[in-house]
Ligand binder design. Structure first.
Ligand code: C5P
Length: 415
C-alpha cells in the first residue's frame, strides 16, 4: 500500500478484537493511516485508549457524540477513508450489514460509505456455518463487499473448525491487494478502463495438477506447476476481484488477497468449485487428470519380485469445465485453457464448442520456440472467443495473466 492510504477500521465485539491492535500496527508500519471505530461489544475487548495510542488518531465509539458530529459528521468519517475494514466482523455485524441495519456508529458508517469494504469474519464454527450467516455472507458478496474466508483451527471457545480470524498478516495482504498497483500499468496494452475493473466481482480460478491415488504412495497426475493459474488469480485480485483459487498440489505461495482452497483429486476439485459458486467469472487453468485409478488401494501395492505387473483399471474423471458450463449457476464468463502440441488454434476452437466455454486460452506446449511452458516462466497463448482468435506474443506468465484479466475486465464492462 502507498504511504497516506487511509483505512477506517471497524472493530466488532469478539475475542479476536485483540488482533485488530496488531493490524493497526501493521498498517501504520506500511505508512497507512488508520481511524478506529469501536462497536459497544468491541469496546468490551479492547479499549479506545489502546487503539488511540497505536493509531495516533481519535477513536470513535458512538453516533451520539455531538462534538464530533459538529466537527466531522459520521457521513464524512465513512467517506474520507480509501478503504473500510471490518475486523473482526462478528455474525451480528455481518447480519446487520447484509440487511442494512444502521443502529449504531459502525453500522451507520457501513451503510453510508461509498468506499470498498473488506470484512474479516471471526466467530464460533457453528455460527459461521449456520445457514443464516452463510446467507448473509453470500448477500454481502453479491453486494460487492469483500468477505474473507475465516481460518480453520482451534477456537477460543474450545471448538475446532472454520471461524478463526485470519492472522493480521493475511488481513494486511488483503488490504494491500486493494491498493496494489495495476498489473498492467506501464505495459504497452495498458487500458485505463480496465483499472480495478473487477471490483465487486467473484472470480473462481482452478490451478495446478490433480493427483489421483493408485495407492497411498503412488498417483497419476498431469504435468503442471500451477504458475499460470496462480498468476491469473493474483492479477484478478489486483484488479479488485474477490478471488477463490482452487489449487491442486503445488509448491506456490498464495497471492495476496486470494482465498485459496487446496485439493488433491479431480473429484475434490469439482466439489470445491461447486462449493465456491456463485461466481461471475471462472477461469479453469488446472491440468486435471482425465482418469483416476478405478479401485485405488487402501494399502501400498507390494512388488513381490515375480515380475508380474499389477493391473491398473482406470475410470474417467468428471470434466469440471464442462460440468460448470451446464450448471444452473454457470458463471457469466467461463474461460477454459487448452494445452496443445499441434493445430493449437483448431483444437482450441473445437474444445470451446465441445465444453461449452465462452473462451478457450490455447497454449502451445510443443516446446517450439525454445520455450518450456510446463514449469517454465513464459507462455505463448491464443485467446479463442466466439468472435475470433487473438494471438499474443510469447511473454512471462504474469504478463499473460495481466493481459487476460484486462480482456476479461473489458468484456464484463461491455456486457
Ligand atoms: O480436455 P482438456 O483437458 O484439454 O481441457 C482443458 C480445459 O478443461 C482446462 O480449462 C481444464 O482446466 C479443464 N478441465 C476440467 N476438468 C477436467 C479436464 C479438463 O475442468 N476433467
Amino acid at each position: 500500500m502507498d504511504a497516506g492510504n487511509k483505512i477506517l477500521l471497524i472493530i466488532g465485539g469478539g475475542i479476536a478484537a485483540y488482533k485488530s491492535c496488531e493490524l493497526v500496527r501493521l498498517i501504520r508500519k506500511e505508512g497507512g493511516e488508520v481511524t478506529c471505530v469501536l462497536t459497544e461489544g468491541g469496546a468490551k475487548f479492547v479499549t479506545p485508549m489502546t487503539l488511540a495510542a497505536l493509531s495516533e488518531n481519535p477513536v470513535h465509539t458512538t453516533l451520539w457524540d455531538l462534538k464530533n458530529e459538529a466537527e466531522m459528521g459520521h457521513i464524512q468519517l465513512s467517506r474520507e477513508a480509501d478503504l473500510v475494514v471490518v475486523c473482526p466482523a462478528t455474525a451480528d455485524l455481518l447480519a446487520k450489514m447484509a440487511t442494512g441495519v444502521a443502529d449504531g456508529l459502525a453500522t451507520t458508517l457501513l451503510l453510508a460509505t461509498d468506499k470498498p469494504v473488506l470484512a474479516v469474519p471471526a466467530m464460533n464454527v457453528k455460527m459461521w456455518e449456520h445457514p443464516a450467516t452463510q446467507r448473509n455472507v453470500a448477500q454481502l458478496r453479491e453486494d460487492g463487499i469483500r468477505v474473507m474466508q475465516p481460518d480453520e483451527g482451534p477456537m477460543a471457545c474450545g471448538e475446532f473448525g472454520p471461524g478463526r480470524l485470519p492472522e493480521p498478516e493475511a488481513v494486511m495482504a488483503a488490504i494491500r491487494s486493494f491498493h496494489a498497483p495495476d498489473p498492467l500499468a506501464g505495459q504497452p496494452d495498458f487500458a485505463p478502463e480496465a483499472h480495478r475493473g473487477l471490483y465487486g466481482k467473484h472470480v473462481l480460478v482452478t490451478a495446478g495438477p490433480t493427483h489421483e491415488p493408485i495407492d497411498p504412495v503412488r498417483y497419476i497426475a498431469n504435468r503442471s506447476s500451477g504458475k499460470q493459474g496462480f498468476a491469473i488469480a493474483a492479477a484478478a485480485a489486483a484488479a479488485g476481484a474477490r478471488v477463490t483459487l482452487v489449487a491442486g498440489p503445488v509448491q506456490l505461495e498464495t497471492p495476496p488477497g486470494v482465498d485459496r482452497v487446496d485439493v488433491e483429486s479431480a473429484r475434490e476439485m469439482l466439489a470445491a468449485v461447486e462449493a465456491a459458486l456463485p461466481a461471475d467469472i471462472a477461469i479453469m487453468v488446472a491440468a486435471v487428470a482425465d482418469w483416476r485409478a478405478a479401485d485405488a488401494s487402501g494399502q501400498k501395492i507390494k512388488k513381490d519380485g515375480s515380475g508380474e505387473v499389477p493391473p491398473l483399471a482406470l475410470a474417467e474423471n468428471p470434466d469440471i469445465l464442462a460440468t460448470l458450463a451446464k450448471s444452473q449457476s454457470r458463471p457469466r464468463l467461463l474461460v477454459g485453457f487448452a494445452a496443445e502440441t499441434e493445430h493449437v488454434v483448431d483444437h482450441a476452437t473445437a474444445k470451446r464448442e465441445r465444453k461449452g466455454a465462452d473462451w478457450i486460452v490455447a497454449n502451445d506446449v510443443s516446446g517450439a520456440k525454445g520455450q518450456s511452458v510446463m514449469g517454465g516462466d513464459a507462455n505463448t497463448v491464443h485467446i479463442v472467443t466466439a468472435s475470433g482468435v487473438e494471438s499474443l506474443e510469447p511473454m512471462p506468465k504474469p504478463r499473460v495473466a495481466a493481459a487476460l484479466i484486462d480482456r476479461i475486465a473489458k468484456e464484463i464492462a461491455n456486457a
